[in-house]
Structures are given as C-alpha cells and as structure tokens.
Ligand binder design. Sequence first.
Ligand SMILES: [Zn+2]
Length: 311
Amino acid sequence: MRNALALMLGVVVMASAIAGGWYLVGALRGDIAVPQFVAAQQAPPSANPPAKLAAKDGAKDDVEVTGALGPKPAAAPGPAPALAPVSAPVAEKACANPDALGVSRVVEIDTTGGPGFGFQHFKQFDFLTDKEVVLTFDDGPWPGNTPAVLKALDDECTKALFFSIGKHATYHPEILKQVLAAGHTVGAHTWSHVNLNGKKMTEQMDKDEIEKGFSAVKWALGTEPAPFFRFPELQHNPAMVTYLGNRNVGMFSCDIDSHDYKHDSTPEKVVSTVMNELGKQGKGIILMHDFQKRTAEALPTLLKQLKAGGY
Ligand SMILES: [Zn+2]
C-alpha cells in the first residue's frame, strides 16, 4: 500500500478539483484551495458489485452527439502530444459569493502507468473522503451550454473536470480556452466519440481516436491538456486501457451517473438522480455533460443542493 501511495505522489502531473468537501469548506470557502499532496487511498476490498462494462453514456448520447457533428472542416490537429506534465493555470480571483460551494482541496495525480478512477470500472484507487465530490463534464465544448456550465461553476467558485470531444474542440476552440482560463481541468474523450469497443473498430482505429482527440484538445487550448481520458459511453476497451497505461494517461470512469444524456431526462431529474445517488454513496466522481442543455439548466440548483447537503 505504501508503494502505491508513493507512486501516486511521486510526480505531480495534474490537478483535479474537489468541490465542497465538508472539512475544509469553512476555511476555504470562496477561495481557490492551495494545492496539497493528498494520498490516493488504496481502496478497501470492495463490497460493491463488479464493474459494469455496459454503456453508461448510452447509445442515445452517441447518436445525439454524432448527429451534432457536421461536415465542418476541422483544423488538422498536429502529431500526437507528448502529454508532458503540466499544471493548469489557476486564476487567483476572490469569490463574490459568501455561501459558495467552493473548492475544498486539490488532488494532484501522478498518471504514470495509467491509473484508473471511478468505481464503476476502477476499484484500485480512491482519493475521495466522505462528502467529497468531483464534478465532471463530457462531450463539450458546445455553444450556450458549456458557457452556462462555466457560469454556474463560477457563481459557486468551484472547479470541475472536462472531457472534451476532439471534433467539438476544433469547432469551438474559443469556448474550450474559456474552460481552461476559468481554472478547470481539461482532458480528452476521443476525436469523434465512437465506442472503442465497437465491432468495426480496429486497434489502430481506436488509437487514432485517442490520439486525434488529445491532439485536437491541445490544438484548441494552445497548450497540453491534462493527461486524463474518459472512454465514450464508458466503454473501457481492454487493449486501450493497456495502451493508455503505457501512455501514462489517467482514466476516469465515474461513481455517479447523472443520466443527463437520456432523452427523457430533465433538469429536475438530473438534480434528483445525483443527490439520491450521493445519499447512498456519500461521495463520488459525478458524470455529467456540458453538451446537454438540461445539465446547464440543472447546475445552479444542483450546486446549491450539494452545498446544502454538506458536500
Ligand atoms: Zn461522452
């Protein structure tokens, strides 16, 4: 266990903000938390059911997202990024909201060997303590919705993790730059959101999806993204898990799925789904989509409820 902890803390690679942890909220409310070394706890023997490999993003999300991808010519991304260790520029800005959710602490993750997080698929590491949540947003950047998510986060002086689709990043690089400029962490989510477990996908096609995704996000940001990756539809292709591991890219599944991609979802359902699951689990990495209008609409209420719930 100590080896695992040392490994996790050996190299500072990227920061992941945790919103509203209970024990530091009072002291840090409204401020940007000072990064601190926090050990990723090796997970205890799991009492949870085995990891589900079923699509959690859902096929509908894929269709919807794919449908949004026009033939618009994308700027050709460059060669594969080296994914050198970088730190996100964190804006030092006073928080105007005295009751903001805030950031309780910043976890810096060594992605050497490609650790995985989120108990839906990865059970080795757990860096969260009770009442801590990580807000994650997939499939952006997208006009209207992503800026609305940014505003809601900013109003609560809190930070999140964004997994951008490469094509979307080339459509709207200015929006993705705003995400980074606001102090959030930006990782990648493939080039075109294909299921990397799809029958027609070859290993080379999977690798191209991953590399073009990272390259596009890097091109849009004008700097290296975080070496963080999320599989489309949470379809964890085993060969690509190995590939990303060799690539020293951290992989993020989730603990709590907001199901905000579902066509019958509403802002109210997004809030209730997340809060109900948190009530059971007590903490977790929350999967949402800044691509979705209902999520952008739900977020101000959700963040207030997280605060009220002591998260
Ligand atoms: Zn997605």
